[in-house]
Design a protein around this ligand. Structure first.
Ligand code: ADP
Length: 499
């Protein structure tokens, strides 16, 4: 909430549906830990708000009851706990957890049940997250600590700016961060009133979107500021097809939209100190990477051969990630010859196709269809080259992890992949900035051309080493991006003061 004199260090409530290591389904989980930790180091007074799924409650060492939330009409009774999230050895971030057994205490995923279906009460589950975010960001908060800024993340907290809009008292400034526009949180219109929003909010100039209640559209419509996770994606979402229907609204608000590339946790993703890999290495001891390759080949049942190029992929399995295209080129890639290691979970049809691929090419292709954070580290360290054929990619993290591990990525030239990987060409070779390979068309030919370019480069040991060094020397830390968020918070507070 704005104070009468401009404070240097903003107070920020960071509302998120997932955070690593307590609960994570994708990049948002990583960002929700690493960005607040980086902001805390820049002296931002930042606190997280998160639903109390079983894994969250079980994962916290200690927690304290700080408020009862049973006065929220339209929602089951809940309790607010205060705790701390240990992000890495040196940083822990204050955390509020909503304990609402009726909505969050159940077996299954965060968003999906064990059959892969959305929980039928997701509107209520994330309505409560949004509503609590708005409550804590207003003068009705039961807590003494009241933020200046409420930083909302994705559709699950998209109603927070809407609730705040209809709150008559003082309130924080809202920022809506878009991590992936493909997920919008769309629900039947009658949910609007059930979630305690006024009927008049269900309009084109409000939460309504093509006849439904859209959490994400509400966030984009009502938030004071909008951010997304890379400059290229910020442009792409203002037109078809990557605006997923919201391009008109985003283009209208383009002066309020910024693209800030995600960082990564360079403590967790550092091959020089990584406890999950068999042999640690850095640019000065890059030769030691070969021990990780051999260990990965052994672990995954591949032929142990130092000379054969080893390609890898780690991903959620969904249409977005382009693994259907990867499956199409896999036979040609393996016959180069090359090896392939894939770790992915999600879409059950893709999982089955990946398993069939491994069965068809024993010793050459290996697949794991579960979620395994440690194996992800061993793959980044052991592979020669990383594959990321995403149809679209708001930012993407794995291409940054792989560059840090001296494993140049081959990426579809889209979104954040463009902003974080430098394609190898004459110019980038000359200035030594090249760190990977682009392909431009989502076709097997275009993808295979990039693979052949990579293989050609790999054959030139000196050139390959230059590529590896350039990726490993890049600064993917949160430092710069966190400072940009901080300057946005500060300018929002200044604007509000002067208005
Ligand atoms: P998205 O958020 O769209 O899934 P990102 O590249 O931004 O994509 O982030 C994906 C994160 O999830 C990375 O940290 C990646 O390593 C991790 N990940 C995805 N699938 C798996 C898996 N099956 N096992 C381990 N880690 C995974």
């Amino acid at each position: 909430m704005p104070s009468s004199s401009f404070r240097k260090h903003p107070k920020v409530l960071f509302v998120t549906p997932e955070v690593f290591p307590l609960c994570k389904t994708g990049g948002l989980g990583d960002v929700s830990a690493a960005l607040p930790a980086a902001l805390l180091e820049l002296k931002t007074d930042i606190r997280l708000l998160l639903p109390g799924y079983p894994a969250v409650l079980a994962g916290l060492k200690s927690k304290r009851k700080v408020a009862k939330l049973d006065l929220l009409p339209h929602f089951p009774p809940a309790t607010l706990f205060s705790s701390r999230l240990q992000v890495n050895e040196s940083v822990s971030v204050p955390l509020y957890v909503i304990h609402c057994p009726q909505l969050y205490q159940r077996e299954g995923g965060i968003y999906l049940d064990s059959n892969g279906q959305d929980w039928p009460d997701n509107a209520q589950r994330f309505g409560l997250l949004s509503k609590t975010g708005a409550l804590l960001a207003s003068d009705a908060s039961p807590l003494a600590w009241v933020p200046d800024i409420v930083h909302c993340n994705d559709w699950q907290s998209g109603l927070t700016p809407a609730y705040l809009h209809y709150h008559p008292g003082k309130k924080a400034i809202s920022l809506m961060a878009l991590h992936n526009l493909a997920f919008q949180g769309s629900f039947p219109p009658d949910e609007t009133v059930k979630l305690g929003l006024p009927p008049e909010s269900f309009s084109m100039h409000g939460v309504e979107y093509y006849g439904n209640l859209s959490f994400l559209k509400a966030g984009i419509y009502y938030a004071t500021r909008i951010t997304t996770v890379s400059p290229t994606y910020a442009r792409e979402i203002q037109s078809e097809p990557l605006g997923f229907g919201l391009q008109g609204l985003l283009a209208e608000r383009s002066n309020d939209v910024s693209g800030i590339v995600n960082g990564i946790d360079t403590v967790i993703w550092n091959p020089a100190t990584d406890p999950h890999i068999v042999k640690q290495y850095s640019t000065r001891s890059l030769a030691a990477k070969k021990y990780n390759k051999r260990a990965l080949q052994r672990e995954m049942g591949l032929e142990e051969n130092a000379l054969i190029p080893l390609f890898a992929g780690i991903s959620r399995l969904s249409h977005q990630k382009g693994y259907d295209l990867l499956l199409q080129i896999a036979p040609a890639l393996i016959s180069l010859p090359a090896q392939l290691v894939l770790l992915g979970s999600g879409d059950s049809r893709l999982e089955k196709q990946l398993i069939t691929l491994a069965q068809t090419y024993p010793g050459k292709a290996a697949v794991r269809t579960d979620y395994d954070e440690r194996l992800a580290h061993r793959i980044n360290a052991g592979a020669d080259c990383f594959l990321m054929p995403s149809r679209f990619e708001p930012c993407g993290l794995n291409q940054m992890y792989s560059q840090c591990y001296g494993t140049p990525p081959i990426v579809h030239a889209t979104g954040g992949l463009i902003d974080t990987v430098v394609d190898l060409n004459d110019e980038t070779l000359a200035d030594k900035s090249a760190s990977g390979f682009y392909f431009h068309e989502m076709t097997p030919e275009s993808f295979m051309n990039a693979v052949r370019r990579a293989i050609g480069t790999y054959a030139n040991t000196r050139l390959w080493k230059t590529l590896q060094h350039s990726g490993m020397n890049r600064d993917f830390s949160w430092r710069t991006s966190a400072a940009t968020y901080l300057s946005i918070y500060s300018s929002l507070m200044q604007q509000q003061q002067s208005s």
